[in-house]
Design a protein around this ligand. Structure first.
Ligand SMILES: [Zn+2]
Length: 419
Protein backbone atom coordinates (compact mmCIF):
# COMPACT_ATOMS: atom_id res chain seq x y z
CA UNK A 1 0.00 0.00 0.00
CA UNK A 2 1.31 3.44 -0.89
CA UNK A 3 2.19 5.67 2.03
CA UNK A 4 0.16 8.84 2.63
CA UNK A 5 1.66 11.69 0.63
CA UNK A 6 4.21 13.94 2.20
CA UNK A 7 2.25 17.17 2.76
CA UNK A 8 3.98 20.56 2.53
CA UNK A 9 2.28 23.80 3.52
CA UNK A 10 4.26 26.96 2.76
CA UNK A 11 3.42 30.45 3.99
CA UNK A 12 5.35 33.15 2.13
CA UNK A 13 5.77 36.51 3.82
CA UNK A 14 7.47 39.86 3.04
CA UNK A 15 6.92 39.14 -0.66
CA UNK A 16 8.57 35.76 -0.49
CA UNK A 17 11.66 36.83 1.44
CA UNK A 18 10.74 34.30 4.10
CA UNK A 19 9.05 30.92 3.64
CA UNK A 20 7.60 29.18 6.70
CA UNK A 21 7.25 25.52 5.80
CA UNK A 22 5.28 22.83 7.61
CA UNK A 23 5.78 19.19 6.58
CA UNK A 24 3.47 16.36 7.60
CA UNK A 25 3.90 12.66 6.96
CA UNK A 26 7.71 12.57 6.96
CA UNK A 27 9.01 9.33 8.42
CA UNK A 28 12.71 9.76 7.64
CA UNK A 29 15.08 12.74 8.10
CA UNK A 30 14.61 15.65 5.68
CA UNK A 31 17.47 17.39 3.97
CA UNK A 32 18.47 20.01 1.39
CA UNK A 33 21.38 20.23 -1.02
CA UNK A 34 24.45 21.74 0.63
CA UNK A 35 24.30 25.26 -0.94
CA UNK A 36 20.70 25.75 0.29
CA UNK A 37 21.17 24.36 3.81
CA UNK A 38 22.48 27.56 5.47
CA UNK A 39 19.20 29.34 4.66
CA UNK A 40 16.99 26.82 6.48
CA UNK A 41 16.36 26.97 10.23
CA UNK A 42 14.34 24.26 11.95
CA UNK A 43 11.66 25.90 14.10
CA UNK A 44 9.90 22.78 15.43
CA UNK A 45 10.50 19.09 15.00
CA UNK A 46 8.22 17.84 17.75
CA UNK A 47 4.67 16.52 17.41
CA UNK A 48 3.09 15.55 14.10
CA UNK A 49 4.62 18.28 11.94
CA UNK A 50 8.15 19.32 11.11
CA UNK A 51 8.54 23.08 10.67
CA UNK A 52 11.34 25.21 9.31
CA UNK A 53 11.91 28.70 7.97
CA UNK A 54 13.70 29.26 4.66
CA UNK A 55 15.24 32.68 3.90
CA UNK A 56 14.54 32.67 0.15
CA UNK A 57 15.42 36.34 -0.38
CA UNK A 58 18.88 35.93 1.16
CA UNK A 59 19.43 32.68 -0.76
CA UNK A 60 18.46 34.34 -4.07
CA UNK A 61 20.72 37.38 -3.57
CA UNK A 62 23.70 35.44 -2.20
CA UNK A 63 23.60 32.29 -4.36
CA UNK A 64 22.45 34.31 -7.41
CA UNK A 65 22.35 31.19 -9.56
CA UNK A 66 19.79 29.75 -11.93
CA UNK A 67 20.52 26.32 -10.49
CA UNK A 68 19.71 27.35 -6.90
CA UNK A 69 17.91 30.70 -6.61
CA UNK A 70 18.05 34.22 -7.99
CA UNK A 71 16.26 37.55 -7.75
CA UNK A 72 15.03 39.34 -10.87
CA UNK A 73 13.08 42.60 -10.66
CA UNK A 74 10.41 42.20 -7.99
CA UNK A 75 10.53 38.39 -8.16
CA UNK A 76 12.38 35.53 -6.48
CA UNK A 77 12.97 32.39 -8.54
CA UNK A 78 14.12 28.96 -7.42
CA UNK A 79 13.29 25.36 -8.16
CA UNK A 80 11.40 23.87 -5.16
CA UNK A 81 14.44 21.61 -4.72
CA UNK A 82 16.18 24.62 -3.19
CA UNK A 83 13.58 25.38 -0.51
CA UNK A 84 11.62 22.15 0.09
CA UNK A 85 13.45 19.86 2.52
CA UNK A 86 13.03 16.33 1.21
CA UNK A 87 13.52 12.78 2.53
CA UNK A 88 17.00 11.37 2.10
CA UNK A 89 15.50 8.03 1.05
CA UNK A 90 12.59 7.75 -1.40
CA UNK A 91 10.46 4.77 -2.45
CA UNK A 92 9.36 4.77 -6.13
CA UNK A 93 5.63 5.31 -5.42
CA UNK A 94 6.06 8.10 -2.82
CA UNK A 95 4.03 11.25 -3.56
CA UNK A 96 3.92 14.76 -2.13
CA UNK A 97 1.40 17.60 -2.02
CA UNK A 98 2.37 21.27 -1.84
CA UNK A 99 0.18 24.16 -0.75
CA UNK A 100 1.63 27.66 -1.04
CA UNK A 101 0.01 30.71 0.54
CA UNK A 102 1.21 34.13 -0.56
CA UNK A 103 0.37 37.68 0.49
CA UNK A 104 -1.89 39.76 -1.76
CA UNK A 105 0.15 41.11 -4.68
CA UNK A 106 2.53 38.15 -4.84
CA UNK A 107 1.74 35.05 -6.91
CA UNK A 108 3.37 31.65 -6.81
CA UNK A 109 3.95 29.99 -10.17
CA UNK A 110 5.48 26.55 -10.66
CA UNK A 111 5.94 23.88 -13.27
CA UNK A 112 4.65 21.28 -10.81
CA UNK A 113 1.20 19.84 -11.54
CA UNK A 114 -1.85 21.27 -9.83
CA UNK A 115 -3.64 18.72 -7.63
CA UNK A 116 -6.86 19.75 -9.42
CA UNK A 117 -7.32 22.20 -12.31
CA UNK A 118 -8.07 25.32 -10.24
CA UNK A 119 -6.52 24.31 -6.94
CA UNK A 120 -3.69 26.23 -5.34
CA UNK A 121 -2.28 22.86 -4.29
CA UNK A 122 0.34 21.02 -6.32
CA UNK A 123 1.45 17.42 -6.27
CA UNK A 124 4.01 15.05 -7.72
CA UNK A 125 6.39 12.15 -7.12
CA UNK A 126 8.85 12.66 -4.26
CA UNK A 127 11.79 11.57 -6.46
CA UNK A 128 11.21 14.70 -8.59
CA UNK A 129 11.80 17.02 -5.62
CA UNK A 130 15.55 16.63 -6.10
CA UNK A 131 15.30 18.50 -9.42
CA UNK A 132 11.78 19.92 -9.61
CA UNK A 133 10.80 22.50 -12.25
CA UNK A 134 11.25 26.27 -11.94
CA UNK A 135 9.06 28.19 -9.58
CA UNK A 136 8.70 31.92 -9.01
CA UNK A 137 7.25 34.26 -6.43
CA UNK A 138 6.48 37.65 -8.00
CA UNK A 139 3.75 40.20 -8.75
CA UNK A 140 2.98 38.32 -11.99
CA UNK A 141 0.29 39.04 -14.56
CA UNK A 142 -1.27 35.59 -14.96
CA UNK A 143 -2.88 34.27 -18.16
CA UNK A 144 -4.27 30.82 -18.82
CA UNK A 145 -4.79 29.07 -22.15
CA UNK A 146 -5.76 25.62 -23.31
CA UNK A 147 -4.44 24.61 -26.66
CA UNK A 148 -3.12 21.61 -28.56
CA UNK A 149 -3.84 19.33 -25.63
CA UNK A 150 -2.15 21.37 -22.90
CA UNK A 151 -2.98 23.88 -20.20
CA UNK A 152 -0.56 26.78 -20.65
CA UNK A 153 -0.08 29.10 -17.69
CA UNK A 154 1.77 32.25 -18.67
CA UNK A 155 3.15 34.47 -15.91
CA UNK A 156 4.52 37.86 -16.91
CA UNK A 157 6.85 39.51 -14.42
CA UNK A 158 6.65 43.25 -13.81
CA UNK A 159 8.94 45.44 -15.88
CA UNK A 160 9.15 47.61 -18.96
CA UNK A 161 7.91 45.83 -22.09
CA UNK A 162 6.79 47.24 -25.45
CA UNK A 163 4.46 44.27 -25.86
CA UNK A 164 1.14 44.20 -24.03
CA UNK A 165 0.26 41.15 -21.90
CA UNK A 166 -2.09 39.99 -24.71
CA UNK A 167 0.75 40.23 -27.24
CA UNK A 168 3.03 38.24 -24.92
CA UNK A 169 0.23 35.69 -24.60
CA UNK A 170 -0.06 35.47 -28.41
CA UNK A 171 3.69 34.76 -28.60
CA UNK A 172 3.41 31.95 -26.04
CA UNK A 173 0.36 30.52 -27.87
CA UNK A 174 2.18 30.66 -31.21
CA UNK A 175 5.21 28.86 -29.73
CA UNK A 176 3.11 26.16 -28.04
CA UNK A 177 1.16 25.69 -31.29
CA UNK A 178 4.39 25.19 -33.28
CA UNK A 179 5.54 22.40 -30.98
CA UNK A 180 2.03 20.93 -30.93
CA UNK A 181 2.02 20.91 -34.74
CA UNK A 182 5.17 18.80 -34.95
CA UNK A 183 4.18 16.28 -32.29
CA UNK A 184 0.45 16.15 -33.06
CA UNK A 185 -0.26 17.63 -29.63
CA UNK A 186 1.79 19.40 -26.98
CA UNK A 187 3.96 16.70 -25.35
CA UNK A 188 3.02 17.42 -21.72
CA UNK A 189 -0.44 18.20 -20.30
CA UNK A 190 0.58 21.42 -18.57
CA UNK A 191 3.36 23.97 -18.83
CA UNK A 192 4.15 27.14 -16.87
CA UNK A 193 5.87 29.86 -18.92
CA UNK A 194 7.42 32.64 -16.84
CA UNK A 195 8.30 35.73 -18.91
CA UNK A 196 10.90 38.05 -17.38
CA UNK A 197 11.94 41.39 -18.90
CA UNK A 198 15.48 42.03 -20.14
CA UNK A 199 17.19 44.81 -22.10
CA UNK A 200 17.18 44.99 -25.89
CA UNK A 201 14.85 44.18 -28.77
CA UNK A 202 15.19 40.39 -28.89
CA UNK A 203 14.66 37.35 -26.72
CA UNK A 204 17.66 37.30 -24.36
CA UNK A 205 17.62 33.75 -23.04
CA UNK A 206 15.41 30.79 -22.23
CA UNK A 207 15.65 27.63 -20.17
CA UNK A 208 13.33 24.66 -19.67
CA UNK A 209 13.00 22.30 -16.73
CA UNK A 210 10.92 19.15 -16.30
CA UNK A 211 10.94 16.39 -13.64
CA UNK A 212 7.41 15.96 -12.33
CA UNK A 213 6.10 18.90 -14.39
CA UNK A 214 7.19 21.48 -16.97
CA UNK A 215 8.32 25.09 -16.72
CA UNK A 216 10.11 27.57 -18.94
CA UNK A 217 11.84 30.77 -17.91
CA UNK A 218 12.27 33.15 -20.83
CA UNK A 219 13.71 36.67 -20.83
CA UNK A 220 11.95 39.03 -23.28
CA UNK A 221 13.56 42.27 -24.45
CA UNK A 222 11.87 45.50 -23.33
CA UNK A 223 11.94 46.75 -26.95
CA UNK A 224 10.96 43.49 -28.68
CA UNK A 225 8.06 44.03 -31.10
CA UNK A 226 5.30 41.80 -32.45
CA UNK A 227 7.24 40.68 -35.53
CA UNK A 228 10.22 39.65 -33.40
CA UNK A 229 8.17 37.31 -31.24
CA UNK A 230 5.62 36.12 -33.80
CA UNK A 231 7.86 35.58 -36.85
CA UNK A 232 11.51 35.43 -35.84
CA UNK A 233 11.75 33.95 -32.36
CA UNK A 234 13.33 30.53 -32.15
CA UNK A 235 14.13 30.58 -28.42
CA UNK A 236 10.70 29.80 -26.97
CA UNK A 237 9.86 27.05 -29.53
CA UNK A 238 13.30 25.55 -28.82
CA UNK A 239 12.71 25.51 -25.05
CA UNK A 240 9.20 24.08 -25.40
CA UNK A 241 10.49 21.33 -27.71
CA UNK A 242 12.61 20.06 -24.83
CA UNK A 243 9.48 18.72 -23.13
CA UNK A 244 9.11 16.10 -25.91
CA UNK A 245 12.04 13.94 -24.74
CA UNK A 246 12.72 12.39 -21.33
CA UNK A 247 15.44 13.70 -19.03
CA UNK A 248 18.58 11.83 -19.99
CA UNK A 249 21.97 11.51 -18.34
CA UNK A 250 24.07 14.66 -19.06
CA UNK A 251 26.23 12.49 -21.33
CA UNK A 252 23.33 12.46 -23.79
CA UNK A 253 22.58 16.21 -23.78
CA UNK A 254 23.38 16.09 -27.49
CA UNK A 255 20.09 14.24 -28.09
CA UNK A 256 18.03 16.71 -26.03
CA UNK A 257 19.69 19.81 -27.53
CA UNK A 258 19.95 18.28 -31.00
CA UNK A 259 16.24 17.48 -31.13
CA UNK A 260 15.28 21.02 -30.11
CA UNK A 261 17.83 22.50 -32.53
CA UNK A 262 16.55 20.41 -35.47
CA UNK A 263 12.78 20.27 -34.83
CA UNK A 264 12.41 24.06 -34.29
CA UNK A 265 13.46 25.13 -37.83
CA UNK A 266 11.68 22.13 -39.42
CA UNK A 267 8.32 23.02 -37.93
CA UNK A 268 8.78 26.77 -38.43
CA UNK A 269 9.45 26.09 -42.13
CA UNK A 270 6.44 23.80 -42.48
CA UNK A 271 4.26 26.52 -40.94
CA UNK A 272 5.67 29.24 -43.19
CA UNK A 273 7.67 31.23 -40.61
CA UNK A 274 10.95 30.32 -42.27
CA UNK A 275 11.37 30.06 -46.04
CA UNK A 276 12.55 26.75 -47.50
CA UNK A 277 15.70 28.57 -48.62
CA UNK A 278 16.35 29.85 -45.10
CA UNK A 279 15.90 26.33 -43.73
CA UNK A 280 18.39 24.76 -46.12
CA UNK A 281 20.83 27.63 -45.70
CA UNK A 282 20.78 26.95 -41.95
CA UNK A 283 21.37 23.21 -42.50
CA UNK A 284 24.16 23.83 -45.06
CA UNK A 285 25.92 26.37 -42.86
CA UNK A 286 25.31 24.99 -39.38
CA UNK A 287 25.28 21.18 -39.61
CA UNK A 288 29.02 21.13 -40.46
CA UNK A 289 29.58 22.72 -37.01
CA UNK A 290 28.37 19.39 -35.60
CA UNK A 291 30.94 17.26 -37.38
CA UNK A 292 33.69 15.72 -35.24
CA UNK A 293 36.95 17.61 -34.92
CA UNK A 294 40.38 16.09 -34.39
CA UNK A 295 40.46 14.06 -31.14
CA UNK A 296 36.66 13.63 -31.02
CA UNK A 297 35.50 10.66 -28.95
CA UNK A 298 31.90 10.39 -30.19
CA UNK A 299 28.75 12.31 -29.25
CA UNK A 300 28.46 10.66 -25.82
CA UNK A 301 31.95 11.75 -24.77
CA UNK A 302 32.56 15.11 -26.52
CA UNK A 303 30.47 17.70 -24.64
CA UNK A 304 31.49 20.77 -26.68
CA UNK A 305 28.95 23.36 -27.83
CA UNK A 306 29.26 22.37 -31.50
CA UNK A 307 28.86 18.65 -30.89
CA UNK A 308 26.05 19.07 -28.33
CA UNK A 309 23.79 21.39 -30.38
CA UNK A 310 24.76 20.81 -34.02
CA UNK A 311 26.25 17.32 -33.56
CA UNK A 312 22.92 16.37 -32.01
CA UNK A 313 21.02 18.10 -34.83
CA UNK A 314 23.20 16.26 -37.35
CA UNK A 315 22.28 12.94 -35.70
CA UNK A 316 18.58 13.76 -36.07
CA UNK A 317 18.95 15.09 -39.61
CA UNK A 318 20.73 11.90 -40.72
CA UNK A 319 18.10 9.84 -38.87
CA UNK A 320 15.30 11.77 -40.63
CA UNK A 321 16.82 11.03 -44.06
CA UNK A 322 17.39 7.34 -43.20
CA UNK A 323 13.85 6.95 -41.86
CA UNK A 324 12.33 8.66 -44.91
CA UNK A 325 14.28 6.32 -47.19
CA UNK A 326 12.47 3.49 -45.36
CA UNK A 327 9.06 5.15 -45.76
CA UNK A 328 8.88 6.59 -42.24
CA UNK A 329 10.16 9.86 -40.72
CA UNK A 330 11.80 11.38 -37.67
CA UNK A 331 8.38 12.85 -36.86
CA UNK A 332 7.04 9.32 -36.34
CA UNK A 333 10.02 8.30 -34.19
CA UNK A 334 9.87 11.36 -31.91
CA UNK A 335 6.07 11.15 -31.61
CA UNK A 336 6.52 7.48 -30.69
CA UNK A 337 8.85 8.39 -27.81
CA UNK A 338 6.26 10.85 -26.43
CA UNK A 339 3.43 8.33 -26.94
CA UNK A 340 5.43 5.78 -24.89
CA UNK A 341 5.58 8.31 -22.02
CA UNK A 342 9.04 9.67 -22.75
CA UNK A 343 8.58 13.35 -21.89
CA UNK A 344 10.65 15.77 -19.81
CA UNK A 345 8.46 14.90 -16.82
CA UNK A 346 10.36 11.60 -16.42
CA UNK A 347 13.92 10.28 -16.47
CA UNK A 348 14.82 7.54 -18.91
CA UNK A 349 17.88 5.70 -20.10
CA UNK A 350 19.07 6.57 -23.61
CA UNK A 351 18.59 2.97 -24.79
CA UNK A 352 14.91 3.00 -23.75
CA UNK A 353 14.40 6.34 -25.51
CA UNK A 354 15.94 5.27 -28.81
CA UNK A 355 14.14 1.89 -28.66
CA UNK A 356 10.78 3.66 -28.28
CA UNK A 357 11.49 5.71 -31.41
CA UNK A 358 12.61 2.62 -33.30
CA UNK A 359 9.53 0.65 -32.22
CA UNK A 360 7.25 3.42 -33.52
CA UNK A 361 8.93 3.34 -36.93
CA UNK A 362 9.49 -0.46 -37.01
CA UNK A 363 13.16 0.21 -37.73
CA UNK A 364 16.49 0.19 -35.90
CA UNK A 365 17.59 3.55 -37.30
CA UNK A 366 18.06 5.46 -34.02
CA UNK A 367 19.77 2.63 -32.14
CA UNK A 368 22.05 1.80 -35.08
CA UNK A 369 22.98 5.45 -35.62
CA UNK A 370 23.87 5.80 -31.94
CA UNK A 371 26.07 2.71 -32.17
CA UNK A 372 27.87 4.44 -35.03
CA UNK A 373 28.13 7.99 -33.62
CA UNK A 374 27.84 7.64 -29.82
CA UNK A 375 31.14 6.23 -28.63
CA UNK A 376 33.22 7.01 -31.73
CA UNK A 377 33.41 10.03 -34.09
CA UNK A 378 31.80 8.03 -36.92
CA UNK A 379 31.93 9.04 -40.55
CA UNK A 380 29.00 11.15 -41.75
CA UNK A 381 29.81 12.32 -45.30
CA UNK A 382 27.74 15.50 -45.12
CA UNK A 383 28.75 16.93 -48.54
CA UNK A 384 27.74 13.64 -50.20
CA UNK A 385 24.43 13.64 -48.33
CA UNK A 386 23.61 17.22 -49.43
CA UNK A 387 24.51 16.22 -53.00
CA UNK A 388 22.13 13.25 -52.88
CA UNK A 389 19.43 15.57 -51.53
CA UNK A 390 20.16 18.04 -54.31
CA UNK A 391 20.90 21.13 -52.25
CA UNK A 392 24.00 23.32 -52.22
CA UNK A 393 25.24 26.84 -51.54
CA UNK A 394 26.45 28.37 -54.82
CA UNK A 395 27.83 31.93 -54.66
CA UNK A 396 26.01 32.42 -51.37
CA UNK A 397 22.64 31.30 -52.83
CA UNK A 398 20.76 28.10 -52.00
CA UNK A 399 20.47 26.02 -55.19
CA UNK A 400 18.45 22.87 -55.75
CA UNK A 401 19.00 19.95 -58.11
CA UNK A 402 15.64 18.35 -58.81
CA UNK A 403 17.33 15.40 -60.59
CA UNK A 404 19.24 14.43 -57.45
CA UNK A 405 18.33 10.92 -56.18
CA UNK A 406 16.78 12.20 -52.91
CA UNK A 407 15.22 15.44 -54.28
CA UNK A 408 11.68 14.25 -53.51
CA UNK A 409 12.66 13.31 -49.97
CA UNK A 410 14.25 16.77 -49.54
CA UNK A 411 11.04 18.50 -50.64
CA UNK A 412 8.88 16.36 -48.33
CA UNK A 413 11.06 16.98 -45.27
CA UNK A 414 9.82 20.56 -44.85
CA UNK A 415 6.70 20.41 -47.05
CA UNK A 416 3.93 22.66 -45.70
CA UNK A 417 1.44 20.98 -43.41
CA UNK A 418 -1.74 19.94 -45.20
CA UNK A 419 -4.42 22.51 -44.41
ZN1 LIG B 1 18.06 23.73 -25.39
Amino acid sequence: MAAAPLAYRVVASKGAEVLDVEVRGATVPLTLDAPALPYATVTSDGGTAFRYRFRLGDAARELDSRKWAFADGDGLYAAPSTWLMRPDTVAPGDRFTLEVLTEPGTSFVTGLHRASPDAGTYEGPVWALGDAPWSGFAPFTLLRDELTGAVVETAIAKGKLTLTPEQVRAWVRRSVALVGAYYGRFPVPRVAVMVLPCKGDGICFGTAMGNGGAAVLVWLGADADVDTVMKHDWVLPHELTHFALPNLSPRYSWLEEGAATYVEPVVRTRRGELSVDAFWRQMLEKLPLGLPEKGDRGLDRTPTWGRTYWGGALFLFVADVELRKKGSSLDAALKGIVAAGGTQEVRWELEQTLAAGDAATRTHVLTALHQKLGAAPGDVDLPALFKQLGVALVDGQVRYDERAPLAKLRRELVAPEPK
